[in-house]
Design a protein around this ligand. Structure first.
Ligand code: ADP
Ligand code: MG
Ligand code: MG
Length: 251
């Protein structure tokens, strides 16, 4: 059964089209990789799937779990089970990360728990990610590094247990420590949550530990290729030029 079905999706900002007739289908529990050169529209697609109001959908549909979510608010999509990384945590001086995580869980009926159950659950997740318990007591303050934001995202991912996680990893510059947390997070999500995954990345190291079902290539707002996991290695060697020149010949 299909979890996510995107059909002929075009979207952009104001009078600037970015995505052109994008199709994408993700089945329950599948792992997909989305690749493409800088500026192809990969992050935009992630944001449009999440319902970011910065972008307007001009045509096409997004169906999730059998429901047309094209017009739903980001909140409702989140409740329906879609998760997008790269959501910088709110910056609230004086509020520890632990309390923030507790608050987001208590807002969801299916995740409500006693303080004691929550403490146990967060502790387990921090252990799985190999995070220091002291990290949980960090203030949600301005000035988290890229790596620290990734750690918070992975904590959120494993706590919220979404049906679909879209992880936008294009923002490289993560140190080895943060890369480890991300790959452990993805592995734990796959094993424990049985969720589907779309990883947007150039960094094939993150992919070493996950079995990829399908790879998609996007160039200039269009899906230009789709294939098995082996396509990642091919692109690693040959780059995106052939897809780019194929598009130019067509135009
Ligand atoms: P990728 O993630 O593949 O690098 P993006 O989705 O970030 O690509 O961007 C695709 C194109 O859309 C780029 O030309 C980018 O400048 C433009 N774009 C994306 N979001 C915005 C925005 N909020 N405002 C203006 N331009 C945007
Ligand atoms: Mg980019
Ligand atoms: Mg991007």
């Amino acid at each position: 059964t299909q979890l996510l079905n995107i059909s002929s999706l075009s979207a952009g900002i104001e009078d600037r089209p970015i995505l052109h007739g994008v199709d994408l289908t993700v089945g329950e529990g599948e792992s997909h990789v989305l690749m493409g050169p800088n500026g192809a529209g990969k992050s935009t697609l992630g944001h449009v799937i999440m319902g970011d109001p910065v972008y307007q959908v001009s045509s096409g549909t997004i169906t999730f779990n059998g429901e047309d979510v094209t017009e739903l608010s980001p909140d409702k999509r989140s409740l329906a089970g879609i998760f997008l990384s790269y959501q910088a945590p709110v910056e609230v001086p004086g509020v520890p990360l632990y309390s923030f995580l507790r608050t987001i869980c208590q807002m969801r009926p299916e995740l409500k728990s006693t303080a004691r159950e929550f403490r146990k659950r967060v502790g387990e997740i921090a252990d799985q990610l190999d995070l220091e318990q002291s990290f949980l007591m960090r203030e949600l303050n301005v000035g988290f590094s890229g790596g620290e934001k990734k750690k918070i995202e992975m904590l959120q991912l494993l706590l919220l247990r979404p049906k679909l996680a879209i992880l936008d990893e294009t923002d490289s510059g993560l140190d080895v420590d943060a890369l480890g947390v991300v790959s452990r997070g993805i592995e734990a999500y796959r094993e424990q949550c049985d969720g589907a995954l779309i990883v947007i990345t150039h960094n094939t190291r993150i992919l070493e530990r996950i079995a990829v079902d399908r790879t998609h290539v996007m160039v200039k707002g269009r899906m230009v290729a789709e294939g098995p996991a082996g396509l990642i290695d091919e692109i690693d060697k040959t780059g995106f030029e052939r897809y780019e020149s194929a598009l130019e010949t067509e135009a």
